[in-house]
Design a protein around this ligand. Structure first.
Ligand SMILES: Cc1cc2nc3c(=O)[nH]c(=O)nc-3n(C[C@H](O)[C@H](O)[C@H](O)COP(=O)(O)OP(=O)(O)OC[C@H]3O[C@@H](n4cnc5c(N)ncnc54)[C@H](O)[C@@H]3O)c2cc1C
Length: 381
């Protein structure tokens, strides 16, 4: 009798990295991949960068047909870790020998249960819906000035929509620090957008949603209101198993969970203490790195890479910003080349522990080159 297969639940960045790594490591037995998104396997970063302009931006669908895996298109609804069964919404029970949880996250929402029409961008379908709303909009409010909010605000100002970004903190400050946040806020203003910094959290008005309510109860209306306020690990299907808690799936540096034969990767995870890494890093390159580590661990092999990759990028207001090295950034950088005012600079931050972060701000530079430069910097550290 054949051993039960490795089952990967979630077929986006982390899940696809895991199945590719399983095959790269020579695992030629059955692999089952379970996915819930009717649009299949695709990378999310283009959704807020190019797909809001046109569907041609959606070139990053992944074709896994060369891997010889079994793909099941139905949501996992329950896990039984005693019988080692994943139950699917379509009634199928899938037995696993080893399980990789890669169900990512859902957009965090602000709407009350009685409020309809909240816009978020997490899936291809969300991006399509927002694009068609933007086609008819002349004003937009973006709640949240993280990378997602700023990318969506960029799409709005490109369309000359009157755009207001609302956040208690300056744009991207929680990741890129005060220095770049100030430069990005200035650029938002230059591009015709505005930043509103209320004293506290805002709520949504109307149903369907038609605006926001500020802490002082002032209501601001816009044709389009988009919530970009973070993500919530997609772990409901693991309830009662001990695999997940309210923060998601706790993992060790080998991507093992607290339950035998269950590994996890990507946005659904956080590092259990103690770890030398930040607790959570819901970024694309971390999902790839963890997918690969989870696959190696599922095979009982030592991983060839770390479960965290220190590369992050975004595209804001016509600028590409690439960072290699620890985040968040604090304090002033050293300007190695160019100038921030001219929107083309190579910047270096030195961290108290001696590590460095290099940022290509609007500067044309490949990831490979930036990584090589950052590697040389750490050597000097
Ligand atoms: C619009 C957008 C832009 C982004 N841009 C950047 C960027 O520029 N740079 C960067 O570093 N990061 C970016 N990110 C973050 C990055 O995309 C995520 O870190 C990455 O997608 C995480 O991959 P994942 O596979 O862990 O989770 P996800 O991408 O969330 O994928 C999880 C998959 O699991 C499926 N799933 C969920 N529940 C179930 C279930 N019960 N049963 C079966 N399947 C299930 C989902 O349908 C989905 O396909 C962006 C994210 C978004 C939303």
């Amino acid at each position: 009798m054949n051993a039960a297969p490795i089952v990967v639940v979630g077929r986006s960045t982390a899940g696809c990295a895991a199945v590719r790594e399983l095959r790269a490591l020579g695992h030629d037995e059955e692999v089952v991949m379970i996915g819930a998104d009717p649009d299949g396997s695709y990378s999310r970063p283009p959704l807020s960068k190019h797909v809001l302009d046109s569907d041609d931006g959606m070139s990053s669908r992944w074709d896994l047909s060369d891997l010889g895996i079994t793909e099941l298109n139905s949501a996992a609804t329950r896990l039984n870790t005693d019988s080692k069964i994943v139950a699917l919404a379509d009634g199928t029970d899938v037995e696993y020998g080893t399980l990789v949880v890669a169900t990512g996250a859902d957009a965090r929402r602000l709407a009350r249960v009685d409020q309809a029409g909240e816009l978020v961008v997490r899936t291809h379908d969300d991006a399509r819906v927002l694009r068609s709303r933007l086609d008819a909009a002349s004003s937009a409010i973006i709640v949240g000035a993280g990378f997602l909010g700023m990318e969506i605000a960029s799409a709005c100002v490109r369309r000359t929509i009157e755009t207001t970004v609302v956040d208690v903190d300056p744009p991207l400050e929680r990741v890129l620090g005060r220095f770049l946040a100030a430069a990005i806020a200035e650029r938002l203003a230059e591009n015709g957008g505005s930043m509103l910094r209320p004293a506290g959290p805002v709520t949504l008005s109307g149903s369907p949603v038609d605006g926001i309510v500020l802490p002082d109860r002032t209501v601001l209306h816009a044709d389009v209101v988009v919530s970009c306020v973070g993500e919530v690990p997609a772990s409901d299907w693991l309830d009662g198993t001990g695999v997940a808690d309210r923060d998601g799936v706790g993992i060790g540096e080998d991507c093992s969970t607290s339950v035998p034969d269950v590994f996890a990767a990507g946005d659904v995870t956080y590092f259990r203490e103690p770890s030398r890494y930040p607790r959570r890093g819901p970024f694309w390159s971390n999902a790839v790195a963890q997918g690969r580590v989870a696959a190696a661990s599922a095979l009982g092999a030592a991983a060839r890479c770390a479960p965290v990759d220190d590369y992050f990028w975004t595209e804001v207001l016509g600028l590409s910003i690439k960072a290699v090295g620890p985040l968040p950034l604090v304090g002033e950088p050293e300007i190695l080349t160019g100038s921030v005012d001219d929107a083309s600079a190579l910047l270096r931050w030195a961290h108290p522990d001696g590590r460095k972060t290099l940022v290509a701000y609007g500067l044309r530079m490949s990831v490979g080159k930036l990584r090589a430069l950052a590697g040389a910097e750490q050597g000097q550290g």
